[in-house]
Design a protein around this ligand. Structure first.
Ligand code: GAL
Length: 657
């Protein structure tokens, strides 16, 4: 397993380079990412290039056996470029070009920006094509979907619509533009969502499509860079680093043409006092592994206390820095690159702490990092192992966009139910895949399909077949509500899934922050909130598992189970407290015949990486207190944040690390 660091040679006096590299080598750092913001040092004036410093530092790392990932520097165009082309900076929602930004100040469609971007990538990739130290390329940095509102991007948007729909009549019909006299009669009338109107005031069909365009347009920019890198460096691995940002791109399409997924992982340094509020960053790690359904890289990993744009927060508690890295390995990362080697002494990010503080004296966190590097070395046996899961949670960008556009009710947001299921499954120590909704379901026994709000007919077909063939699917409220264009379907809910779940929604009550009670047949009661679908079972084999126990619909079905073909489909009409999901998931796992671990304490995660009969089991304690439980007949005690990497002699031919 590989540990790396993000390094900014351009921030440091040259005299520091060799001692830094020596210390990295001594510590066990195997990988360094550089240059993603260094355009002004690589091309200080238009057409004047200087790669000498990058050659030099790359050679320093090469001599020490440290591999390099180079970032294309296009996130931060130099001053001379934006001075010459002020409209290369994106435009805001007022349609006006923003003043030069801090970084990320480039419009993906500005022809002169693109010309210069292509030139620097062309030169960089040719220069390092034969350099054995350079093992991969990162495109730009933390790309976001294109929310630039300039004239060029508006034209691209119109062209995207023209290609998708052909004519304005089709757009008017599919968007329902007759509402509020919104019909287009010329293409020039189509604008991106200008003005400060809340998204919910704009036509949801138009907004969803705009989000799709914004993502596709960013992907075109990724493709442009990918083509140059592939042409000049055939065989090189290409990635881009993503995070959960405001203007999310569609991860699946973003990475479709790239070699591996990279994710910037900044788990919290302060854990909530109320453990009920706790939620594990493992959710994001599982989602990232699911994007290409292969192991991934953490390109930026928490190394010190964050701060900068917000007040500084707690420094990582002892064990957190290494613990979170090992947690990433436990969820399918093969490399974890720490952000950053040393904390910047200048620039806006000077309080986003790296491994070494401003003093340049390696301290407590660095000592922990040293231990982590040793541990990663010990984990060699994990090379080639994968996480194999029988359970998948479905994620969809369309649903994420659609819920942002219309949040439904107080407190409801798309990720919540995905996370509730993820947390409940974690309680049983099963490997969990989070995959795109349109992925093949072969090999899974249980599919959790929360809030299948925007309907993709192909996904519906696949879910029917999956259940018919013996699989189990869990659906929830707000499923089958919208067609593919984000308009409501004129059928009883959950419209396309009605037959599969064997029930229909008679009426719904968006209760928001109000609490309701639901009661299972065995008398167990749970609190619920946000949403109540009042269900009417209608299949011959539909069973009611729980009913509402409050409100005017007391006694109506809230949760159902239906036999369909050889499989089973569940429908949960409300949003319950976490214990509800823990109960349901436990029962469902048992019925599906999926092996699970019993009696795990809260917030202890067990995952397994395997290959050809070799199993490596990770046990991760997400809390600050010691936890004790029985696992595979052996007593395992986890001290708070203590790093334990030991090879235990395992029964039969199994190996545990
Ligand atoms: C990331 C970004 C880095 C750095 C880091 C800490 O989102 O990619 O360049 O800014 O956050 O703030």
């Amino acid at each position: 397993m590989v540990i790396g660091v993000d390094y900014y040679p351009e921030h440091w006096a040259k005299e520091l380079w060799v001692p830094d590299a020596d210390l990295m080598q001594k510590t066990g750092v195997k990988l360094v990412r550089m240059a993603e913001f260094a355009w002004s040092r690589l091309e200080p004036r238009e057409g004047v290039y200087d790669f000498s410093w990058l050659d030099e530092i790359t050679a320093v790392f090469k001599e020490r056996g440290i591999h390099v990932i180079l970032g294309t520097p296009t996130n931060a165009p130099p001053r001379w470029l934006v001075e010459k082309y002020p409209d290369a900076v994106p435009a805001g929602r007022d349609g006006k070009i923003n003043p030069i930004g801090i970084r990320g100040h480039r419009c993906y469609n500005h022809p002169d920006f693109l010309r210069h971007a292509k030139e620097i990538i062309e030169r960089m990739t040719k220069r390092y094509a034969q350099n054995e130290a350079v093992v991969a390329w990162q495109i730009d940095n933390e790309l976001e979907a294109n929310f630039c509102f300039c004239k060029k991007c508006t034209e691209k948007y119109r062209a995207w619509l023209k290609k998708k729909y052909g004519d304005l009549d089709t757009i008017n019909r599919l968007y329902g533009n007759e509402v509020w006299s919104g019909e287009y009669s010329t293409w020039e009338q189509i604008d991106p969502p200008l003005g400060n109107y809340p998204a919910a005031w704009l036509n949801p069909a138009y907004m969803l499509d705009f989000n799709r365009f914004a993502s596709d347009d960013m992907i075109e920019y990724v493709k442009m860079q990918t083509e140059i890198i592939r042409r000049n460096c055939p065989g090189a691995k290409i990635t881009t680093n993503v995070w959960f940002c405001e203007n999310m791109p569609d991860f699946y399409r973003t990475f479709a043409g790239l070699d591996f997924v990279s994710y910037d992982n900044y788990p919290p340094t302060k854990l909530p006092e109320d453990e009920k509020e706790f939620y594990s960053h493992a959710f994001h790690l599982d989602l990232m592994r699911g994007v290409k359904r292969q192991n991934f890289c953490v390109m930026e990993e928490l190394s010190g206390g964050p701060g900068c744009w917000a007040p500084m927060v707690r420094t990582p508690y002892p064990g957190m820095l290494s613990g979170y890295s090992l947690q990433a390995f436990a969820h399918g990362a093969d490399a974890v690159v720490h952000f950053r080697w040393r904390t910047a002494v200048s620039g806006a990010e000077m309080y986003w702490h790296g491994l070494i503080d401003h003093s340049n004296v390696p301290g407590r966190r660095f000592a922990e990092f040293e231990k982590l590097c040793l541990a990663a070395e010990e984990l060699k046996a994990l090379v080639g192992t994968r996480i194999v899961s029988k359970v998948a949670i479905l994620y969809s960008s369309d649903n994420e966009y659609a819920f942002k556009i219309q949040p439904q009710t107080n407190g409801m947001y798309y990720y919540e139910q995905l996370k509730l299921f993820h947390e409940a499954l974690t309680k049983y120590g099963v490997n969990i895949d989070i995959i795109g909704e349109d992925e093949e379901l072969l090999g899974y026994r249980l599919v959790i399909a929360p809030q299948m709000y925007v309907t993709n007919p192909e996904v519906v077909r696949r879910l029917y077949t999956f259940v018919e063939d013996g699989g189990t699917v869990v659906f929830t409220n707000r499923s089958g509500v919208k067609d593919a264009y984000n308009n409501c379907i004129m059928e009883p809910l959950p419209a396309p899934y009605r037959k599969l779940v064997g029930c229909r929604v008679l009426e719904y009550d968006p209760v928001g922050y109000d609490n309701v009670t639901i009661r299972f047949l065995d008398g167990a009661e749970y609190r619920a909130k946000q949403w109540c679908d009042i269900l009417k079972p209608e299949g011959e084999e539909t069973r009611v598992l729980a009913c509402y126990d409050s409100e005017f619909y007391k006694g109506s079905a809230a949760i159902t189970e239906n036999k369909y073909g050889d499989g089973t489909a569940y429908y949960i009409g409300t949003v319950g407290e976490r214990e509800l999901y823990i109960r349901l998931v436990g029962e469902i796992l048992q019925k599906c015949g999926i092996d699970f671990v019993e009696g795990l304490p809260d917030h202890v995660e067990v995952t397994t990486r395997s290959k050809d009969g070799f199993f490596a089991r990770f046990i991760f304690n997400n809390t600050t207190k010691a936890q004790e439980f029985v696992l595979d007949e052996r007593q395992v005690s986890l001290q708070p944040f203590e790093m334990q990497v030991e090879t235990v002699k395992a029964k039969q031919e199994e190996s545990f690390i």
